[in-house]
Write a protein that binds this ligand. Structure first.
Ligand code: SIN
Length: 480
């Protein structure tokens, strides 16, 4: 397991030789002491990325695609090892971690190809002696600040487009999950990625490392996935040097079930969306809006399936719901349950902590709350935990109004068999992603991102690579 920072193609200790402990959230055990990179290490990594940029940019897209594709293959070759590491670091069940490895590799495959389709433009000139062109050029060194809930996939979702575009990159992985990012770095050497193209600086002081990214003129793009609160700080920091930022921030996804929905499919979708990674994804359903006519049947079936979910250490066979990432995460989810109950909601199932043998006190019963109203915290804030608040509605316009009544706009879900309604509601929802009878819409080839306070820019899809490209307009006078 690689636990040292990665710059200019080599692994080394932090300049100050300090280390921090990365722990398994399920049982608190130390997975590894990891190099605690600081500002000097971030500067060295930016130096390495800046030095590698001219030669990486000069390669053809096809040449850049080769190591990216090879890295995807190596990740799939080592899928079991990577999944186990990912599960240890963030607590997600092994089955989910295996899916994440494939998801992570898919971003490298997609962008290796997409790099070959960075087309420019020619524009009809008004002067016959001129030719007008638009070229697309890699913007420079890109920095990525990645979250703990997808320790592999959020690295490759930023790395794939940056490197395919011709940028070089410095990654600051989440303090909780740096080992997965370092495992990718290790495989990148085997994949033949030239030194300095990818650099990884783990560290316990994210703000100091991010400060270096905003200070250094070579860094032209900062991509961040995490909370809206931190995203706003980064926007402010980006102002001084006018650095481009891409932000994937908080969500508060409504999951709307209409009377005519396929009940079994809606319940299966609700489980998949809500309890993925114990409710700790930005696109997890965060509130269930269920039409009055199907409400009781939905709640009964949903609660029965939720009550049977197996909670435990992500690496234990059969686990479906793992721990919360830390004590603060558990406390927030519990506070949302307590607030709802105090204001008159009822737990149809769950609501309390679960003791898991040999594990830390980090587990909450998968919970379904009924009788939830818009006044409750769970209806207004992102819970980021295994809590499903259900609220009844009467008319389509009520559901849309309640769904849009939030500063967030990342993902929304709609369950209905009515084609016209699918179109109306998809158009009316103020969200970047709408899953229609689909609980897991995110794929490498589609644009992922939010509106309002859920973020800026898109990752994935043909749009994802544009974030890393500068437009250059060339006006060429070819004659007198
Ligand atoms: C996220 O939580 O930001 C990522 C979710 C996904 O890619 O499906």
């Amino acid at each position: 397991m690689q636990s040292r920072l990665f710059a200019h193609g080599t692994f080394r200790d932090a300049g100050n030789s300090r280390k921090f402990e990365v722990r398994n959230p399920a049982n608190g055990s130390v997975i590894a002491p990891v190099a605690d990179g600081g500002p000097d290490d971030a500067h060295a990594a930016v130096d390495a990325a800046a030095a590698a940029f001219p030669s990486w940019r000069a390669l053809t897209a096809l040449e850049r695609a080769r190591p990216l594709r090879r890295l995807a293959e190596l990740m799939l070759r080592d899928a079991e090892r990577l999944a186990d590491l990912c599960s240890q670091e963030c607590g997600k069940p092994l089955a989910e971690a295996r899916t994440e490895v494939a998801y992570a590799a898919s971003f490298l495959e997609w962008f290796a190809e997409e790099g070959r389709r960075v087309y420019g433009e020619t524009i009809p000139a008004s002067d016959p002696a001129k030719r007008l062109m638009v070229l697309k050029r890699p913007c420079g060194v890109a920095a990525a600040i990645t979250p703990w809930n997808f320790p592999l996939a959020m690295v490759t979702r930023k790395m794939g487009p940056a490197l395919a575009a011709g940028c070089t990159q410095v990654v600051k992985p989440a303090e909780q999950t740096p080992l997965s990012a370092l495992a990718i770095a290790e495989l990148s050497v085997e994949a033949g990625l030239p030194a300095g193209v990818l650099n990884v600086v783990p560290g316990s002081g994210a703000a100091a490392i991010a400060g270096v990214f905003f200070e250094r003129p070579e860094v032209r793009h900062v991509s961040f996935t995490g909370s809206t609160e931190v995203g706003k700080l980064l926007i402010r920091q980006s102002a001084d040097r006018v650095v481009r930022v891409s932000l994937e921030l908080g969500g508060h996804a409504p999951f709307i079930v209409f009377d005519d929905a396929d009940l079994d499919a809606a319940v299966a979708g609700a489980i998949a969306s809500k309890f993925r990674n114990a409710g700790q994804t930005c696109v997890c359903a965060n509130r269930f809006l269920v039409q009055r006519g199907i409400h009781d049947a939905f709640v009964e079936r949903f609660a029965a399936v939720v009550a049977a979910l197996k909670v435990g250490d992500g690496r234990a066979p059969g686990t479906q719901v793992g721990p919360l990432i830390d004590d603060a995460g558990l406390a927030k989810a519990e506070a949302h349950v307590a607030d709802a109950i105090a204001q008159g909601a009822r737990a149809a199932t769950g609501g309390r902590r679960v003791r898991v043998d040999g594990c830390a006190d980090r587990f909450l019963e998968p919970t379904v709350l009924v009788g939830v109203t818009p006044a409750m915290r769970c209806f207004r804030e992102e819970t980021f935990g295994p809590v499903a608040p259900v609220c009844a509605f009467d008319r389509e316009e009520d559901a849309v109004r309640m769904a849009n009544d939030t500063p967030y706009g990342l993902a929304a879900y709609v369950w209905t068999r009515d084609g016209a309604r699918i179109m109306h509601v998809s158009e009316a929802l103020d969200y970047g992603i709408v899953g229609v009878n689909d609980a897991l819409p995110a794929v490498a080839q589609a644009p992922f991102g939010g509106v309002k306070q859920s973020g800026l820019g898109r990752e994935g899809g043909r749009q994802g690579i544009e974030e890393y490209l500068d437009l250059r307009y060339v006006s060429w006078r070819i004659g007198k």
